[in-house]
Design a protein around this ligand. Sequence first.
Ligand SMILES: Nc1nc2c(c(=O)[nH]1)N[C@H]1C(S)=C(S)[C@@H](COP(=O)(O)OP(=O)(O)OC[C@H]3O[C@@H](n4cnc5c(=O)[nH]c(N)nc54)[C@H](O)[C@@H]3O)O[C@H]1N2
Ligand SMILES: Nc1nc2c(c(=O)[nH]1)N[C@H]1C(S)=C(S)[C@@H](COP(=O)(O)OP(=O)(O)OC[C@H]3O[C@@H](n4cnc5c(=O)[nH]c(N)nc54)[C@H](O)[C@@H]3O)O[C@H]1N2
Ligand code: SF4
Ligand SMILES: [Mo]
Length: 729
Amino acid sequence: MATLTLKTEEDYIERFGPTLNYTPVGGWNSREPDKVVKTHCCFCGVQCGIQLKVKDNRVIGFEPWEEFPVNQGKLCPKGVKRYMQNEHPDRLLAPLIRDANGFREGTWDETYSKTVSEIGRIQEKYGKDSFAFLGGASMTNEKAYLNGKFARIALQTKNIDYNGRLCMVSAGAANKMAFGIDRAANPWSDIPKTDVIILAGTNLAECFPILTDYVWKARDNGAKIIVIDPRITPIARTADLFLPVRPGRDSALCHGILQVMVKNGWIDEDFIANHTEGWDKVRALVQKYTPEYTEKITGVPAKSIIQCAEMWGPADKSMLLHARGIEHHTKGVENVLSYINLVLSTGRIGKEGSGYGTITGQGNGQGGREHGQRCNQLPGGRDINNPEHRNHIADFWGIDEAELPGEGLTACEIIDAIERGEIKGLLSISFNPLVSIPDTARTRKALESLEFYGAIDFFLNETARYADVVLAGSLQEEDHGTVTNGEGRCIRLRQSVTPPGNAKADWEIICELGRRLGKGRHFGFSDPSQMFKELTAASKGGPIDYSGMTYERIENEHGIFWPCPEPNHPGTPRLFEGGRFGHPNGKARFHAYEYRPPAEDVDGEYPIFFTTGRVVSQYLSGTQTRRIGSLVDQYPEPLCEMHPILAGRLGIQDRDMVRVSTRRGDITLAAQIVKSIRPDTVFIPYHWAGKKAANQITNRALDPISKIPEFKVCACKVEKVRAPEFKSP
Ligand SMILES: Nc1nc2c(c(=O)[nH]1)N[C@H]1C(S)=C(S)[C@@H](COP(=O)(O)OP(=O)(O)OC[C@H]3O[C@@H](n4cnc5c(=O)[nH]c(N)nc54)[C@H](O)[C@@H]3O)O[C@H]1N2
Ligand SMILES: Nc1nc2c(c(=O)[nH]1)N[C@H]1C(S)=C(S)[C@@H](COP(=O)(O)OP(=O)(O)OC[C@H]3O[C@@H](n4cnc5c(=O)[nH]c(N)nc54)[C@H](O)[C@@H]3O)O[C@H]1N2
Ligand code: SF4
Ligand SMILES: [Mo]
């Protein structure tokens, strides 16, 4: 069996990245704090409350925050280590400028000057839209709003988008199409009150550990749990029914379940007639998806499909929750709409203990998609193509509607356009596309061809290594503002420390660039509270209305759910009560999409399904969690999960080195033989860079509506290889 030998510090660094397992002078939690600050975890969309311990303007540890209702003091393995970043030796302490010898520390003045002069030069030569902006959903609502305003007013480019394009957009588009509103329909406190839960395409226990607690409470109260995934994930091990779907087949599976429900009359005809439209087409569509026909497409046994319909169909109360497993597809929107059909046909939505939600991924996965940093969106969730919405925001900003750019390219399309030479300059914040976008070789080529690239981050992530300037920005605890969690609850992040060294708050960097681009009157902010006031005012009357919220109210009420259109409005934890939906006629819409296969299906040459996702101890592109030694120790490097049947056929044993190849390239890593995955599928987590990046081999095919890439399915082959030998230093 191949084993790993790490002989020197250099070997270790080469394999795992820089500077792990460091301990600051004086140790961690042992020091007596100067203060403790009530704030939130910087990682996933659950946004658990936490108290950070601060000593000498440094975060040194944490204490639970029992009163915050979402997690009541509980934290997951990442949450308890989240505090170890602000004192990390890799923390960027000053701006970096590239010259002939590589990066050197610059002053802010020369960094800003260089950035602004390059923006000017490129836009002068190639036009305004040749300069693109990429934002992110790990940032506050205030920064999401600022990014959109900066791109439209200061850069005057239409090409702004964000990393949520890799994450939430299939659900977002489907929610708008079905319900007219893009938000989880229920507060999570409804979960323990329900009778049956479908969890589709979510590794809930590893990705949202604290939300898992709500599902366990439901089970303790007698609820039945159904899990739909190609892998028996930890939550699936405790489920009442597990449907091992073949990757990329969910829409067919939904049609199959609905066929059985229709046949047995487990649908709510009154609700359908009074509160929805489009049912007839769906009923006609699902006729042919008999359990046997559906089994052929999905690989899920016909009897399990019937069992699922029996558990879901006649229930009194139900909740359907899903995440990226059904959304990261070229038919991500169609998958989500097909699951929504299962909810609407029962009428079980808008009621206590009954409803629906997509589980948002990043810390501000919800708020990050609401305030205008998307290529097709203006503040308040407004539509950039709607003349009324355009006029409203142009007036609000005090500019001419004609100056407001139109709809631009989405995130992956921006990288494609860079590769084609149509976009020449890029400014990014809180995004690591070299690791997180499919087909790394193409992303690298695109980055190499940029005439100018500026990155705002607190660590030098893998993409930022291609930058001409790196602007040292802020960690979550170094600034304040708000985020909106996966329930739609807007909560308050409080500042614990100021940015160290010569680093600056992200918003200060953006505002200064705005001023230097000659738009000072629009970027005179001196505190995030001013941006919050502006964004709530901008949202007034829009589809996503925050106008009744203030920092004080949010703090006092442990968060407020939007819409909250008046200062004395209590907020809206549960949407669609009384069966009234967000479309102008108040009705929800069914959608009838025939099943279609993924962009790249298995064949003789590439006979195995390849899918990707996460492990509990690592986060996204890993730039944050690969720097925290105790998290690295839990899962030091990517492994290729495969079933013993497949491994046996290929002559592979546990921890043998294997090469996984697709039409894009290959990756060599150790095999992990597990019985918890379909024998026709292999899985690799994607949190690593360079030769260990899963996205070297994934497929950059996009959903036609949401433009999300197909991270969750393509075709691969697997072969055993000899372990690469370590060269002695
Ligand atoms: N530990 C940890 N937690 C995180 C994150 C992290 O990086 N690490 N990231 C956060 C973010 S941004 C996000 S978006 C969420 C993601 O949260 P999840 O979506 O729950 O996580 P993933 O691992 O991306 O994918 C979920 C599951 O989809 C399954 N799957 C693959 N193909 C299919 C398919 O065709 N159909 C179905 N039904 N299932 C399929 C995979 O086997 C996997 O178990 O997690 C958030 N929380
Ligand atoms: N193969 C495969 N690829 C995937 C996925 C998958 O399931 N499979 N999942 C996709 C999903 S769902 C997502 S969300 C994306 C995420 O992909 P990315 O957004 O590229 O990943 P992050 O690790 O969040 O990278 C963001 C960078 O932002 C920085 N950062 C974090 N917070 C802040 C902040 O407040 N300010 C500043 N200035 N910087 C900050 C971090 O240091 C990091 O360098 O990956 C996608 N890629
Ligand atoms: S569940 Fe999410 S928000 Fe809560 S501690 Fe874990 S990573 Fe942080
Ligand atoms: Mo995500």
